[in-house]
Ligand binder design. Sequence first.
Ligand code: LMR
Length: 395
Amino acid sequence: MFADLLPAAKDPILSQSFICQQDPRAKKLDLGIGVYRNEQGVTPVLSSVKKAETQLLATQDSKAYVGLAGCERFNNAMITLLLGRDSTRTEVVGVQTPGGSGALRLLADVIALTNPNATVWLSDLSYANHAPIMKSAGLNVAYYPYFDAISKTVNEPAMLDTIAKLGKNDVVLLHGCCHNPTGADLSYAAWQTITDMTNVQGFLPFIDIAYQGFGRGMEEDVAGFRYLAERVPTYLVASSCSKNVGLYRERTGIAVIASSSLAQSECIKSRIMECARSTYTMPPDHGAAIVRTILEDASLTAEWLTEVTQMRERVQSVRTSLASALRIKTGTYQFDFIEQHQGMFSVIGTNDDQLKRLREDHAVYLVGGGRMNLAGLQERDVEYLAECLTNVMAR
Ligand code: LMR
């Protein structure tokens, strides 16, 4: 049966961390996988999460199945977090999923079920797992221009020119905030234009929000998305609690469906639950129970928001330090974009040879294409990293 089977290609994100772990050198920097680490280099369990877990331990009285859509209290709390308390939308439903990737896949499955010829348009560049997920669901993948490698900003005119040509068989995948991998986010004006375009042209917006709170703030990060969400009848969202609640290994996410009527949203939801049933049946409960416990309790929510602010501010501070160290070392402003980007990542413009030299000569690990996880960098390593980057890129 398996005689001719070849091993899978290494995952471009996950493999780097594994190789870094095997690296025997004492001084090494794992800036690959998107995981937050504090100044001690630790990915902490948030204090709000610990408190929620303590409550759950004391009160949970059953491990019986929850249901195909997971915990509806979690789903409702997450929809409110995404859309805001003032949202006027009443036709929005959710399905709890195993992480944000699980949400992306289920939503891709339901698109493929409805329209097998649909094309999902991804930003160029995009999250390395977007294309594999969409293709595994049987969807076509195409790219709209996004990142300008010279200015390190979004080329919005080129992006909007391409999207202006799309129609009913097209799905436009947008990053809600903290663009992965580039760190360059859409302007509010671009969200407004895309909102108008979708209403006229009929393409489906599919929004991936995996880093809410890591850019400018929990509310600020979804301002553009909320503009669209209040004005476009039908859209899909994949969201994750891996980063902002630090629940990476608990695989906690949500697929959100909005359409022109509650009946239609429930219909789409039923088909998503059918897809879930034929793959893993139900999502794991623990992470969702933690999130629901936090979001339903005002004091735990306040504590969690403070913890997210601390994580965000640490990443922003490391960005500022690295940009400043590189300004001094290179005598140029060429790395100032690091300070302006949002969220965990920046694409810093290293080519394959420079990435190899960073890895082999300096034990600095980035993802292919030059994505750097600033959320994994400590202040104590900023000088070292600036020196390594200057050696490899600017000299
Ligand atoms: C990342 O982009 O590094 C994370 O989202 C981890 C993953 O699953 O790819």
